[in-house]
Unconditional design. Structure first.
Length: 715
């Protein structure tokens, strides 16, 4: 961009010196990253592993030519769909034997974009060596070095935010074509990296809105908007039905409203650690009255860039400093412009030493207690050669699993940095072990899991292990149901000194129930409740401790609130353990059970009545009152949601070839306005797989399905 060569007379020698310094800084960052990659052997952690797994999804779908699946990639459990740009670039790391660390080189590319963009912004206001001071002081901060050594999208977001503001400032309030168009492209690139990118662009939207009122700027603003929409809107439009609700759920993690206690000030403390105490203190002071050599009329953009980002992310309940870092970029410029150069170079020297120390850990960390915020100097996270045994554990499960099972669930009782569900999911996919599926603990602990993996000792950070200590207590209870059902199978020593213990379901167990026919007026197992049921257990297989075939009938079955009537089904390879066995002889021993195994359910007959489906939908959707629901070939419903009328029609399709039960939205309207049905096509929650999966690790056979006269029936 042309901001480097303004007519205000900056020295070309100074510019050359600064560019040489910038190149030297980036070379140092490459050397530090090379050192980290050469030594570190730890797997990616929580979100890092998720990004790596999504990149693997893209690699597989593109290599197999499944373009539709690539566009509508299924989101990870409990997470919103991610815009694809970052993960599409990450997929190249799988050409390496160590993709998790090869992926880090992509961060150097983003660091280069950030450094060049921040230098260009700083040179606009400070056309001398202070531009280099601002750039290195910010880019060498501990928070940026941390992102450099992690497989996260956030460094990319910081980089594209700075690049977009560079283009915005160079556009001179959208009076210049090339920078204005560049802003439109960069805005789209940022949005295709992460949905939160817009939160850092609020001042830019104000500038664009003001430009729409000026004749000379209006076409440039319109072109920039059109370009950004054309490049990013198609992906967001195709995911609009699922994205908003998932984003709200994600933002509520670790949720503390900003008005409670000191939550509104939490980012003040976090930014001190992320920026380093010197940049943090001098930068915040500088924001009160920043001093710039030129272009002061546009310096308000920098202040508002920081303020709007800070306010937005303070309001969002989930507060992590990596979310705010793109809004902290102006602090480096303000600090360099306000304090003497000698102070600035002193800060740069400290930041450079701290950056090197971050990867080597020669010094510190040193913490100085202060009244409001302790100051930590020389924080470090050097690389480590640590084997967390993920591959060994998964291969052991794959080798020792019951091969007759369609898949093998492994319940993980841990949520530590390198020993957690997302990390195991990624490792299982990368190692191409198709049968072992790691899942978390739920209210039923380990139901339908052949193996249970427990991290003895430290289960993980206290903020993310809710319910796990209680699960560990059940596992360790002498004579409890878990020890009757499972036995210790193998054990590994982990790098933190704890042990990973693998339990497997016991074989050659005694038959849990003495009788072959079980009649019950009421039976409950988790989210399933049966009324007036009868089970014929058939012969017992002592080797695998299961009934090969069980027939079941029930007058009424309630599954997660949905009432199903007149059920008849067969269960293949069914095994349970009684919770109350030998504890209360007065109670039948089948009244409280855990299901250990179930390979296949054959549904012979059932019916769902319109009134039962109506009650189920109303209970599942908050604020919804259904006034009418008809079942006749299709499902037609009308109601009121949060005071607004809604109408919808859907069909249920049984696809026995694809083994899926699909709900297809035929029409929908809100407040009398029709909604395009294309909105609902990519929602994979509207289809149910009939093949085994980690949530339901058994096959489901459905012969046919009919919707007629107010009932949905099988067959």
């Amino acid at each position: 961009m042309s901001g480097f060569y303004r007519s205000s007379g900056p020295s070309r020698i100074t510019l050359a010196f600064c560019l040489l310094g910038l190149a030297s800084f980036l070379a140092l960052e490459a050397l530090l990253l090379r050192h980290f990659v050469a030594i570190d052997t730890r797997p990616p952690s929580w979100d890092q592993a998720t990004h790596m797994e999504i990149a693997l999804d893209y690699r597989e779908t593109l290599s197999e030519g499944r373009w539709a699946d690539m566009w509508f990639l299924a989101p990870k459990p409990g997470m919103p769909p991610f815009p694809p740009a970052f993960q599409l670039l990450l997929r190249g790391s799988y050409s390496s034997s160590d993709p998790a660390h090869a992926a880090l080189w992509l961060n150097w590319f983003y660091m280069a974009i950030l450094a060049v963009s921040l230098f260009a912004i700083s040179w606009r206001f400070l056309p001398d060596s202070r531009a280099l001071i601002a750039t290195i002081a910010f880019c060498a901060a501990p928070g940026l070095q941390d992102l450099l050594s992690n497989q996260l999208v956030d460094l990319a977001v910081v980089a594209w935010t700075a690049a977009a503001y560079w283009a915005l400032l160079e556009s001179e309030n959208f009076s210049r074509w090339i920078p204005a168009l560049a802003f439109g492209v960069l805005h789209a690139v940022g949005m295709m990296h992460k949905w939160s990118f817009f939160s850092y662009m609020i001042p830019a939207y104000f500038v664009a809105g003001r430009g729409l009122g000026w004749g000379h700027a209006r076409p440039k603003v319109a072109a920039a908007i059109a370009l950004s929409i054309a490049l990013s809107a198609p992906w967001y439009w195709s995911h609009i039905a699922l994205l908003p609700t998932r984003l709200v759920q994600a933002s509520a993690d670790f949720a503390i409203p900003f008005w409670r206690g000191s939550a509104w000030a939490s980012y003040l403390g976090q930014s001190c650690s992320a920026l380093g105490p010197l940049v943090w203190a001098l930068g915040f002071i500088s924001l009160l009255a920043p001093q710039y050599a030129r272009k002061r009329d546009s310096s308000w953009v920098l202040l508002y860039w920081f303020v709007t980002s800070y306010v937005f992310w303070t309001i969002v309940p989930n507060r992590q400093i990596r979310f705010l870092l793109p809004g902290l970029v102006p602090l480096g410029v303000a600090m360099a412009g306000t304090w003497p150069k000698t102070v600035g170079w002193g800060v740069v020297t400290f930041q450079m030493v701290a950056a090197v120390n971050f990867f080597f850990g020669f010094i510190g960390p040193w913490t100085i207690p202060m009244p409001f915020q302790p100051l930590t100097f020389f924080a470090s996270q050097p690389p480590r050669r640590e084997d967390w045994k993920l591959g060994e554990i998964l291969r052991k499960v794959e080798a020792d699993r019951d091969p007759t099972r369609p898949l093998t669930n492994v319940t993980l009782v841990a949520n530590d940095h390198y020993f957690n569900g997302p990390t195991f999911h990624w490792a299982q996919r990368w190692l191409n072990l198709p049968h072992a599926r790691v899942r978390g603990v739920n209210s039923r602990l380990c139901e339908l899991s052949e193996f249970v993996l427990v991290k003895q000792g430290n289960l993980g950070p206290s903020s993310v292990i809710g319910g796990l200590p209680e699960a560990a207590n059940v596992i360790n209870e002498s004579g409890g149901w878990f020890q009757r059902a499972y036995e210790k199978h193998y054990q590994w020593t982990l790098p933190d000194g704890s042990a990973a213990v693998l339990y497997r379901q016991r074989r050659n167990r005694a038959r849990p129930f003495g009788r072959a026919l079980l009649d019950s007026e009421f039976l409950e197992s988790g989210n399933v409740r049966l009324a007036n049921s009868r089970g014929n257990l058939g012969p017992w297989d002592p080797k695998f401790s299961m009934w090969p075939k069980v027939t079941l009938s029930a007058e009424r079955v309630e599954v997660r609130g949905l009432v199903v009537r007149n059920v008849a089904a067969s269960l293949q390879n069914f095994a349970v353990v009684s919770i109350i066995e030998r504890r209360n002889p007065a109670l039948p021993d089948w009244r409280d059970i855990r299901i250990l195994r179930l390979d296949r359910i054959g549904v012979q007959s059932l019916e769902v009545r319109a009134e039962d489906l109506k009650a189920f939908i109303a209970a599942r959707v908050r604020g919804l009152t259904i006034t009418r629901l008809d079942l006749d070939q299709t499902i037609k419903a009308s109601g009121v949601w949060k005071g607004r009328r809604i109408d919808a029609e859907a069909a249920i399709e049984l696809d026995n070839v694809a083994r899926r039960l699909r709900v297809k939205i035929l029409s929908a309207s809100y407040m009398g306005f029709s909604l395009p049905t294309a909105l609902f096509r990519p929602i994979k929650e509207l289809s149910i797989s009939l093949d085994p999966n980690p949530e339901t690790p058994f096959a489901i056979d459905v012969p046919s399905l009919t919707i007629k006269k107010g009932r949905l029936t099988i067959p």
